[in-house]
Design a protein around this ligand. Structure first.
Ligand code: MG
Length: 246
């Protein structure tokens, strides 16, 4: 796994080996303790593309039909925070929900990628929490406000290998240690190669862009003081706390 870190105002990528981080330099390698580094979001995307309804169990839970093509929306990059970062509960919302999701990170500029070639543009995978002000999502005609507050895009902790088979991984969300979402990525309606083909026919994807692939059943509320974890098998654990506005 590769992570993006900050130490003494220097930002760098490093490979995580147990509790250490190895950073490749020109002439030698530096090794840090994981605990002495600040974890940053693993990429700086130009856009975060989120898929709406993409798990069969979530569609059933909402009493909705299985869509025949993906619905997606954009989240601003200013909403990104890393694992261990704080989700700030906005004053204008009275219902903020978690949505645990698998995120695909794009590894090169591309357009019109067929599903068979999708693997060639994937940098890796990570965990994502599509935090949503549900009351505002219901009130507004579209979803931009409800999805776009600063800190509403926790992502990480690290980048898992693009060779990883993500077609059937356990995906779980816990709030204060209590299991709230418990599904498998095999329950997705549109798989990762299909999503890359579909989106890349519409827009150019850039290095670092994020496609978050939708949330399974069990979406629910967060409150100030909560600790929320999104854990995906072989991808690690994204942990954030919810705080009130200063
Ligand atoms: Mg979502």
């Amino acid at each position: 796994m590769i992570g993006r870190f900050k130490y003494d105002n220097e930002i760098f990528y490093g490979e995580i080996k147990d509790n250490r981080v190895v950073v490749a330099r020109d002439l030698y390698n530096d090794t840090f303790l994981l605990s002495e580094l600040q974890i940053l979001p693993p990429v700086q995307p130009t856009k975060i593309i989120c898929i709406g309804l993409n798990y069969k169990d979530h569609a059933r839970e909402l009493g909705m039909d299985i869509p025949d093509e993906p619905v997606f929306f954009l989240k601003p990059v200013t909403a990104l925070i890393s694992s261990l970062g704080k989700i700030v509960y906005p004053e204008v919302s009275h219902q903020v929900d978690y949505e645990g999701e698998l995120a695909v990170l794009i590894g090169k500029r591309c357009k019109n990628i067929s599903r068979n070639d999708a693997g060639s543009v994937i940098m890796g995978y990570t965990c994502f929490n599509d935090v949503t002000a549900r009351d505002l999502q219901k009130k507004d005609v579209q979803w931009t406000r409800s999805k776009s507050f600063d800190t509403f895009a926790p992502m990480g902790p690290y980048i898992a290998d693009p060779e990883l088979d993500v077609s059937d991984l356990a995906i779980k969300t816990r709030v204060n240690g209590q299991l709230r979402q418990d599904s498998r990525t095999s329950d997705m309606i549109f798989d990762v190669p299909y999503l890359i083909e579909f989106i890349s026919t519409i827009m150019t994807l850039e290095w670092g862009d994020v496609i978050s692939t939708g949330t399974p059943a069990g979406v629910g509320e967060l409150f100030v003081g909560d600790e929320v974890e999104v854990e995906i098998e072989n991808l690690g654990l994204l942990k954030n706390t919810v705080v009130g506005r200063d």
